[in-house]
Ligand binder design. Structure first.
Ligand SMILES: [Zn+2]
Length: 122
């Protein structure tokens, strides 16, 4: 067992990320890494997360599968871009803020931006 920089113990380093204050690399467990993403979303306007389907709808998660939001609204279920790639547009709710993104499909990484919308279907 080793002790990660977040203070939790693990078999191995799970997630590495940069400490914004010091610029040094630190090791985190999955739970603390997910919390760090949530903290960034509370103070920032951009996030990189994954978008996928569930048996009952959709969800937005961190790369290890921790759910950030399962209140997802698909704005446009898909179209082909000029380069023949698939695109899907959706919004999700995170702590009363509506975020939007356009991704390359289910299970894919996507960048999101905070919007000023009052509801998912605004
Ligand atoms: Zn931790």
């Amino acid at each position: 067992m080793i002790t990660l920089d977040c203070g939790h113990e693990a078999e191995q380093v799970m997630v590495k990320c940069q400490d914004k204050a010091t610029g040094t690399e630190k090791s985190l467990c999955y739970a603390c890494a997910a919390e760090s993403i949530r903290e960034d979303m509370r103070t920032g306007d951009e996030a990189g997360l994954f978008f996928s389907q569930t048996p009952t709808g959709h969800k937005v998660t961190t790369w290890d599968g921790t759910v950030v939001s399962n209140q997802v609204y698909v704005v446009n279920p898909g179209w082909r871009d000029n380069f023949g790639g698939f695109r899907i547009a959706f919004r999700f709710l995170f702590e009363d803020s509506v975020w939007s993104g356009v991704g390359p499909g289910y299970g894919m990484y996507c960048n999101y931006r905070r919007t000023k919308l009052k509801s998912l279907r605004a």
